[in-house]
Design a protein around this ligand. Structure first.
Ligand SMILES: Nc1nc2c(c(=O)[nH]1)N[C@H]1C(S)=C(S)[C@@H](COP(=O)(O)OP(=O)(O)OC[C@H]3O[C@@H](n4cnc5c(=O)[nH]c(N)nc54)[C@H](O)[C@@H]3O)O[C@H]1N2
Ligand SMILES: Nc1nc2c(c(=O)[nH]1)N[C@H]1C(S)=C(S)[C@@H](COP(=O)(O)OP(=O)(O)OC[C@H]3O[C@@H](n4cnc5c(=O)[nH]c(N)nc54)[C@H](O)[C@@H]3O)O[C@H]1N2
Ligand code: SF4
Ligand SMILES: [Mo]
Length: 735
């Protein structure tokens, strides 16, 4: 078998450059006898599907040679990938071949947090889960079961749990990610930015990036459009305490002091208003409360902002004028991971207001109006109405949260208030890495009667589960239809291209079987997911067979800019762009954003910042051997002068100690002038502590472990995580 394997992968390394190094890595682990035995066909098959190495869901084409997965490329018909995948997507083959994958359902037979499991059949696993769920429902009501999930794969489990009667389901993509941004834009324009974002990057003549580190943040369409804009000669302005890859493309790089962006944004708006450079016609037509807004900006001069931000007044004025020069094709990018300092919804609102002054909402080179195809939902029976409201946000203490707050469910699980939560389902989210303060997560888990984790590898969160259900990876399964809201409407299909190597099953199958075991089988009137697809697509006047063959069906493109006739309407209380927000005022918040200082690191300590690597996704790809071969551990970026003072050299290991005395795993120093001296920076997702992730176990350090402190956004419950301070300890001083 091994010679067979090596031959296959040597061919790969000759054929494709991008995964060449990965192929060599894979040849050591790759095809199991079971996989080889299952190989159905000979010759090369090319099967369209969608990528799931991150949630962008790029259209892809997988090549399978003699039944063995060979390579994955972009689908040229797909508007998201435009025929090209990012490096992570190309390395997706490594997810299928990962030798550390979960293979069978597991039930714990010891205390939580200790590794003692026995393998069970799927029927035994569902019988066990259903029995526990019935017991929780009898004692506490169905609302005492919650679901955490991330990505489209959670759709069918949501359906089963709604049928069971709980409203409690949340994703970290809200309170740990884009929630504050969406709240800030909703309060201003009455609408979200969406995902994929409705940013017209490719047509922007001036692009302002506040932290958004495109190029490291690899969301495919955005990175390609960024390259288009740069190629078209767009002016790029980057504000980041770290000289990011995007900063390398910038005409103006502003090395801002972390946590002071709101001061910069206010000063920019001050200049636009004071110098009369804003889009007066647009503001007069669409704005509400502009006079009150303008009055409140009066004191936020560039001279005021200078000592806060470290950005000189002439630079603030020059960049504001540059933005005005290109309006309305100036895009101040709203960012995505906005949970930084706890006042993030207000910072995002300031970004929204700056865009409003420039007239970019609705304009070419600004924010377009996306469209989607009309594919009706499956006509299921009505769900039972939960007896109690969602548990995460009692009395609407976060009045502008429009999605469920993960950390609110966690808190209710700890306190039992407003009512107890006793069962968690966790689908494709590594809560110990994704939520701040892992001790709180562990405390909540200790209060549960049931923790079910559905994962593909033995992740940290799986290590705490009572039942672990092994999922087939995206290359081995169908997921729900992706009816995308984008520049042009389309529907895309994820479908299996190879067989799973063990007893892994897709989420839809698990969700259906669980419903049947719970006595809720009537919520799944379809036999299998292909019947479900066919039903929905037929209702939309489309053909499943065609989608299956092409992977993507595109709808007719419609206008996307106001200038082409798209009506500009605003779902705010005033029906206008709210420069001044009465709803914020009524709820006791600043109607126009106000800057307040954040706590600074004490002498000798540094603010801990983190972000993305182009070749990894969160904490989910470090075990993928192809991607690990490109980046095996993270580094800690330290300002070169600071490193010299601390007598640290690049390549040496240190440990980080945070304000709560948590000590990290060892991490390599990267001494560089590309970061300010008051902060340090690392890529998120490394420093795994789950032993079953054999390859990546204890490689690099985990930012999540050091994020013991977080600042909660009073508007919407987001958890600002850039509020932790660390000192560096040379590894050699440790015994
Ligand atoms: N400290 C810190 N915390 C953060 C961030 C940060 O930068 N630093 N980023 C925040 C942001 S922006 C986000 S969006 C969230 C992301 O948070 P998550 O989406 O929770 O990301 P991961 O921690 O990678 O967890 C993904 C889990 O899914 C599993 N998985 C992978 N593929 C599959 C599959 O096909 N099926 C199933 N069932 N499971 C699968 C992986 O093994 C892993 O356990 O984290 C947030 N939290
Ligand atoms: N390769 C890859 N790409 C990804 C992901 C991935 O896991 N891997 N995840 C995707 C997801 S879900 C998200 S949410 C996005 C996240 O990506 P983005 O939204 O682009 O960025 P953040 O993670 O918020 O921020 C990281 C950047 O902000 C800078 N920064 C830190 N503090 C401050 C500050 O106070 N002010 C300013 N101006 N800058 C600051 C850091 O130096 C770094 O450059 O990436 C997406 N793209
Ligand atoms: S951006 Fe990259 S990892 Fe994400 S779906 Fe697209 S190709 Fe896959
Ligand atoms: Mo995110």
């Amino acid at each position: 078998m091994s010679s067979f394997t090596r031959r296959k992968f040597l061919k790969i390394s000759a054929a494709t450059v991008t995964v060449a190094s990965g192929a060599a890595v894979l040849s050591k682990h790759s095809v199991t006898p079971a996989q080889a035995a299952k190989r159905p066909a000979t010759g090369v098959q090319r099967i369209p599907t969608t990528c799931d190495i991150c949630f962008w869901k790029c259209g892809a084409i997988a090549s399978v040679r003699d039944g063995v997965l060979w390579k994955i490329e972009g689908n040229p018909d797909d508007p998201l990938s435009r025929g090209r995948l990012c490096p992570r997507g190309t390395g997706g083959v490594g997810a299928h071949f990962d030798p550390d994958r979960l293979r069978r359902p597991l039930i714990r037979r010891s205390d939580r947090g200790r590794d003692a499991w026995h393998e069970v059949s799927w029927d035994e696993a569902f019988a066990y889960i259903a029995k526990k769920m019935h017991a929780i429902k009898a004692a506490h009501g169905p609302e005492a079961v919650a679901l955490f999930s991330h990505g489209i794969g959670g759709n069918f489990l949501k359906h089963t749990l709604k049928a069971f009667g709980t409203p409690n389901m949340a994703a970290p993509s809200f309170a740990q990610c884009r929630g504050p941004r969406d709240t800030g834009f909703r309060l201003t324009f009455g609408e979200d930015i969406g995902s994929p974002e409705r940013t017209d990057i490719k047509n922007a003549q001036c692009l302002v990036l506040i932290g958004s580190h495109l190029g490291e943040n690899m969301h495919n369409s955005q990175v390609q459009e960024f390259a288009d804009a740069v190629g078209n000669g767009a002016t790029v302005i980057v504000a980041d305490p770290r000289f990011s890859i995007a900063a390398g493309k910038a005409k103006h790089y502003l090395p801002i002091k972390p946590g002071t962006d709101l001061a910069l944004l206010l000063a920019w708006m001050h200049v636009l208003v004071q110098e009369g450079l804003y889009d007066k016609e647009y503001v007069a037509k669409h704005g509400f409360g502009f006079e009150q807004f303008a009055a409140r900006l009066a004191t936020f001069t560039p001279e005021w902002a200078y000592p806060e931000t470290g950005i000189a007044p002439d630079v603030i004025r020059a960049t504001a004028r540059e933005m005005a020069r290109h309006k309305p094709a100036t895009l101040v990018h709203p960012g995505r991971h906005a949970t930084w300092y706890g006042d993030d919804a207000q910072r995002s609102r300031a970004i929204a207001l700056l865009n409003a002054l420039l007239g970019s909402w609705g304009s070419k080179g600004g924010f377009y109006t996306p469209a989607s195809m009309d594919v009706p939902a499956y006509p299921y029976p009505a769900y039972p109405k939960p007896a109690r409201p969602k548990v995460d946000n009692p009395d609407h203490r976060y009045p502008f949260a429009h999605e469920t707050i993960t950390t609110g469910i966690r808190e209710a699980t700890i306190t039992g208030k407003p009512y107890p939560v006793k069962g968690w389902f966790v689908y494709a989210t590594n809560l110990l890495q994704a939520l701040p303060n892992e001790q709180e997560t562990i405390k909540a888990i200790q209060n549960l009667d049931l923790l079910v984790v559905i994962d593909v590898v033995p992740s940290e969160i799986a290590g705490w589960a009572d039942v672990v259900l092994p999922e087939s990876v995206y290359l081995e399964r169908h997921d729900d239809l992706n009816v995308e809201l984008f520049r042009e409407p389309f529907v895309a299909l994820r479908q299996p291209v190879v067989e799973p190597p063990g007893e892994q099953k897709p989420n839809w199958w698990m969700a259906k079987r669980l419903a049947e075991t719970l006595g809720l089988g009537h919520f799944y009137p379809w036999k299998d997911i292909e019947e479900y697809f066919a039903h929905r697509l037929t209702a939309a006047g489309l053909r499943y067979e065609e989608l299956k063959a092409k992977g993507i069906l595109r709808g007719a493109a419609a206008p996307i800019y106001a200038a082409d006739g798209v009506p500009l309407t605003f779902e705010t209380p005033s029906g206008k762009i709210e420069f001044y927000s009465p709803q914020l005022e009524q709820a006791g918040f600043d109607p126009v954003p106000v800057y307040r200082k954040h706590e600074e690191p004490p002498p000798g300590a540094f603010r801990l910042l983190f972000g993305r690597s182009p070749v990894h996704t969160f904490s989910r790809t470090q075990t993928n051997r192809v991607l690990a071969d490109m980046m095996d551990e993270n580094e800690i970026w330290v300002n070169a002068d600071v490193a010299r003072r601390l007598e640290l050299k690049s390549g040496e290991y240190v440990r980080l100690r945070n304000q709560d005395n948590v000590l990290s795993n060892r991490i390599k120093v990267k001494a560089t002038q590309r970061i300010r001296p008051d902060c340090v920076y690392m890529v998120h997702g490394f420093g795994h502590t789950a032993k079953g992730l054999r390859h990546t176990y204890l490689k690099g350090a985990s930012d999540s472990q050091l994020v013991t402190r977080y600042a909660t956004d009073p508007l919407m419950g987001g958890t600002g995580m850039n509020v932790n301070f660390v000192t560096l300890e040379p590894e050699a001083t440790r015994v």
